[in-house]
Design a protein around this ligand. Structure first.
Ligand code: AMP
Length: 215
């Protein structure tokens, strides 16, 4: 099964991808996570991507398409994967189709998570992750069961993203509406676009996505 989780920054794609990954034995492929790792490791790609990411702009298609093309060939992707943050424009969507054709596989579903803009800013400004296992949390909506201890791995170090600040969030939302939302008609025409209510409680959203994937 190959699934795209689609939605604006802060829609909950990462949170839901982690849940679906566990439940369905799929691999989460987050271009944002991969780029942040490349930036931290100061690789050639990372150095090229860093400035764009800090400004809330999209990184060049060549870089992200190259990263995904290499990643989906790895063995752990053979049972399927969830794309989180890719594609982000029509050129990337077309490149993805070509890659999947070459591999002889096809998209199972594109799940659009619909969330009000006002909620996005609140979600993004309160979110943080475990520095060890990357489990996602939020200051008010999703706290660890024991304060300061990761539910998943017991880690006690947490981190916040450098681009989760008000100014960069506004730019990221602009980029979403200008470049990423136009991908939706592309998938609607193919008949594989499914909508879920991303404003619902986290467990409800997971249930909605599971229902889409079971159909
Ligand atoms: P994300 O973690 O998905 O919110 O992505 C963080 C940042 O990484 C974005 O604001 C972009 O700068 C960059 N990025 C992630 N995925 C892509 C993509 N598919 N195309 C271009 N830039 C991306």
């Amino acid at each position: 099964m190959i699934v795209i989780l689609f939605g604006p920054p802060g829609a909950g794609k990462g949170t839901q991808a982690q849940r679906i990954e566990k439940a369905h034995g799929l691999v989460q492929l987050s271009t944002g996570d991969m780029l942040r790792a490349a930036v931290a490791a100061k690789t050639h790609y990372g150095q090229k991507a860093q400035e764009k990411m800090a400004a809330g702009q999209l990184v060049s298609d060549d870089i992200v398409i190259g990263i995904i093309a290499d990643r989906i060939k790895e063995d752990d992707c053979k049972n399927g994967f969830i794309l989180d943050g890719f594609p982000r424009n029509v050129a990337q969507a077309k490149a993805l189709d070509e890659m999947l054709n070459e591999e002889g596989v096809h998209l199972s579903a594109v799940v659009q998570m619909e969330v009000d803009d006002e909620a996005l800013v609140d979600r993004i400004s309160g979110r943080y992750t475990c520095a060890t296992c990357n489990e996602g949390y939020h200051d008010t909506n999703l706290k660890p069961k024991v304060d300061g201890v990761c539910d998943n791995c017991g880690g006690t170090e947490f981190k916040r993203r450098a681009d989760d600040n008000a100014e960069t969030v506004a730019k990221r939302l602009d980029e979403y509406y200008a470049q990423t939302a136009p991908v939706l008609p592309y998938y609607a025409e193919k008949g594989i676009l499914q909508r879920v209510d991303g404003m619902a409680a986290i467990d409800d959203v997971t249930a909605q996505i599971n229902a889409v994937l079971a159909a």
